[in-house]
Structure formats: C-alpha cells, structure tokens
Design a protein around this ligand. Structure first.
Ligand code: NAD
Ligand code: AHE
Ligand code: ZN
Length: 369
C-alpha cells in the first residue's frame, strides 16, 4: 500500500513529505493508521545527526496514537478497530528483562529496532527500489505504520488521539521519572532542569506525589508561567544568577535537592543537576539524551558523599500495562495534557512543528493526519 510520510532523508535538513510504499503486517505484526503524533525533542536530536543510531532515509516519530487496520498471523491481543499507542519501549512480558521486574527495558526487539528494521530484519517502508528505515520501532510520522504486537498499548476508544498521543513519550516519561524511577516522596524538595515537553510533565508528577518545593530551571523565561500552572514553586533563569548555579540551588533548597531531574540533554547541566543534589541522599535522574561523543563527568567525591546518579527511559513505564492507566488518568482529569499541546498542525506543516520547538515557542506540537 501507499502511505503519506515525512521522510528524514538527510541529517540537518527538513523532512521530505512523500508518498512511499508500506508492506502489510507479517507474523506478529500490526498495521496501524496513525491519527496524530507529537514531536519530541528526541526526533530533532536524531534528525540533527547527533544520534549514533540515526539512520537515513527513515521515518521518524515515536509519540503517536491511532487505529489498528490489519493484523498479521498469530496476533492475539489486538484486532482491527482497536485504538492503540505505539511503544518505543515494548513490553513482551517474556524476556529476561521483563521477567526480572527490575526494569522496563524489554529487549525482545531492541537490536533490530536500533537497526531501523522489523524483528525479521527487513523494513516495511520503501520508496521505489530504496529501503526507508523505521525509527525507534514506531515511525509515527507516517499516516500508516507497521509495528510488532508487543509494541502497542491498547487504549480506550473515547480518548482523543490528538491529546493522548503525547502519552506515547513525553507525559509518561515525565510522570514515570518521578513515580517509577526516582520514587519521590511527599514533602521532597526537587529541582527540574529544562521546562519543555518533558520537564513540565516531571513538574506535573512532582505535584501529584506531594513534593513540597519544585524549583524549575530554564534559560527561556517564557516557560515560567506554564511551569507555575503545573506546580513549580520557584523559577530560576541561570542567565540571571550571579556566580555559580550549583551553590545557588543548594542554598535555595536549604542544603540540596532530594531529587533533581535533567530534561535537556546537556552534559554540563547533567553535572550541575547531580551536584545540586543533597549530600548523603540526593538522587539525580538523567532524562535528556546526548549525542555521539558526549560524556558526563563529576568528581567521584560527589558520589562518595552519598549522591546517586540515575537515568530513565520512557519513565520506567511498562507500556502495555501502564499506558492505558495513564490514558485513564487523563480521561478522569487527574492529569492535564491539553495545556501542554500549544500547537496542532496538519501533516503538511510538520517541519513548522520542528521550527517552533527550535525557537522555543512550543511546548508540544501535535501533527494530525
Ligand atoms: P524541549 O525542547 O521541549 O525542552 C527542552 C527545554 O530545555 C526547553 O525549555 C529549553 O529552553 C531548555 N533548555 C535548553 N538549554 C538549556 C540550558 N542550558 N539551561 C536550562 N534550560 C535549557 O525538549 P523535550 O521534548 O522536553 O526533551 C527534553 C530532553 O529529554 C531531550 O534531550 C529529549 O531527547 C529527552 N527525552 C528523553 C526521554 C527518555 O526516555 N529518557 C524521553 C523523551 C525525551
Ligand atoms: N539512539 C540513542 C538512544 C537515545 C535514548 O536514550 N532514547 C531513549 C528514549 S528518548 C524518547 O524521546 C530510550 O528509550 N533509551 C533506551 C534505549 O534502549 O534506547 C542513542 O543515544 O544511542
Ligand atoms: Zn520522546
């Protein structure tokens, strides 16, 4: 079949809007019509050329929602018409990682996912004679896409696609970093670096678990009002701080943050986030992703004196289990997604969505097909 898709043909160049070929689902696979997709900073990271796993040409996008239109042989948990959210972190419930109960990092299809192909080693996308690669196992910047059954969360049918697509990455990552990874306790003092599509969901999660102090750090002053709406108690613009940021934050939090979160993808700030954590018990959680060749560093003394450096992928969420619950939270008005979707764009304007992010004008842009 044919599908409209935004193809990443070359690093650093706008996506190319094309009609390309898509093969139907094979054994264990599902064909999904994507109704809406968010644009996450990770899509921009890969498009920029910084991702060591980045492949071109490929169909990016990993924050979607849609409807099952066909299933391959031996698909048992989904049927035509089901509403679904694609999962870049699948949940097979059978691999060593899933069974460990210690991580959400299912490895059933991770190797082929990183090579831009389906579990049988081939791509369903092509343009003429040329292979077009999948991305993160999801490729939601295509009107139709094929995914393994284990990489789809079935969701309720009354949930609006153009809102709950954001649960496919940003919402779940932010809430999950707080609840699953850091396990923040009520009364905690927290610092969140980067108040974009992820950081604001970290703040939303911190308010839900009853954090007492929520400090937001961002160089973009336009983030302040939205962050306050979501529960931020103190805003810090590093450009306005005299001297070093770390002692300033330690002082503000009366000894250091119980929990800090890096939601930018900047290795210098990852260090600041660790070092502003409280001596003896502070935990710092890395959410941002950083490109090839970039490394984090600190004095070992920072860890010797009781700070913990952690990371999280998809907020530690097990997608097929947790995503339908988060959709319920949205439908029950326990979480706010609408305010964070600042722009809704037709597919034809997907590149404008990237520009809005680069200019710091959007929180989340959602593209509708
Ligand atoms: P975003 O562009 O929406 O937000 C980034 C924010 O950081 C912006 O508000 C920007 O003003 C701020 N910022 C930039 N430089 C700064 C600096 N020097 N000091 C303070 N603030 C600064 O991006 P996003 O979609 O929220 O993604 C954030 C990061 O999280 C990215 O690296 C993304 O790739 C990553 N991410 C990771 C996961 C995961 O599972 N670990 C999931 C989603 C996104
Ligand atoms: N290919 C990148 C990986 C970047 C990365 O860490 N991605 C996150 C999701 S970001 C979503 O917006 C993730 O899930 N990581 C776990 C994994 O298995 O990739 C690189 O840097 O190599
Ligand atoms: Zn993402």
């Amino acid at each position: 079949m044919k599908t409209r898709a935004a193809v990443a043909r070359e690093a650093g160049k706008p996506l190319s809007l094309e009609t390309i070929d898509l093969d139907g689902p094979r054994e264990g696979e599902v064909l999904v019509e994507i109704k809406a997709t968010g644009i996450c900073h990770t899509d921009e990271f890969t498009l920029s050329g910084g991702d060591p796993e980045g492949l071109f040409p490929s169909v990016l996008g990993h924050e979607g929602a849609g409807v099952v239109v066909d299933v391959g042989r031996n698909v048992t948990s989904l049927k035509k018409g089901d509403h679904v959210i694609p999962l870049y972190t699948p949940e097979c419930r059978q691999c060593e990682y899933c069974l460990s109960r210690k991580t959400n990092l299912c490895v059933a299809i991770r190797a082929t996912q990183g090579r831009g192909v389906m579990p049988d080693g081939t791509s369903r996308f092509s343009a003429g004679k040329d292979t077009v690669y999948h991305y993160m196992g999801t490729s939601t910047f295509s009107n139709f896409t094929v995914l393994p059954e284990i990489a789809l969360a079935k969701i309720r049918e009354d949930a609006p696609f153009d809102k709950v697509c954001y649960i496919g990455c940003g919402v779940t990552t932010g809430l999950g970093a707080v609840m699953n990874t850091a396990k923040v306790e009520a009364g905690s003092r927290c610092v969140v670096f980067g108040l974009g599509g992820i950081g604001l969901n970290v703040i939303q999660g911190l308010r839900m678990v009853g954090a007492e102090m929520i400090v937001g750090v961002d160089i973009n002053p336009r983030r302040k009002a939205m962050a306050e709406k979501f529960g931020m108690t103190h805003f810090v613009n590093p450009k306005e701080v005299q001297g070093d940021l770390v002692p300033y934050l330690v002082d503000l939090t009366k000894g250091g943050a119980d929990y800090s979160f890096e939601c930018i993808g900047n290795t210098q700030i990852m260090r600041q986030a660790l070092e502003c954590a409280h001596r003896g018990w502070g935990k710092s959680i890395i959410i941002g992703v950083a490109g090839s060749g970039q490394e984090i560093s600190t004095r070992p003394f920072q860890l010797v004196t009781g700070r913990t450096w952690m990371g999280t992928a998809f907020g530690g969420a097990r997608g097929r289990t947790d995503v339908p619950r988060i959709v319920d939270w949205y439908m029950d008005k326990k979480i706010d997604i609408d305010s964070l979707i600042t722009h809704v764009l037709p597919f034809e304007q997907i590149n404008e969505g990237f520009d809005l992010m680069r200019r710091g004008e959007s929180i989340r842009s959602v593209v509708v097909f």
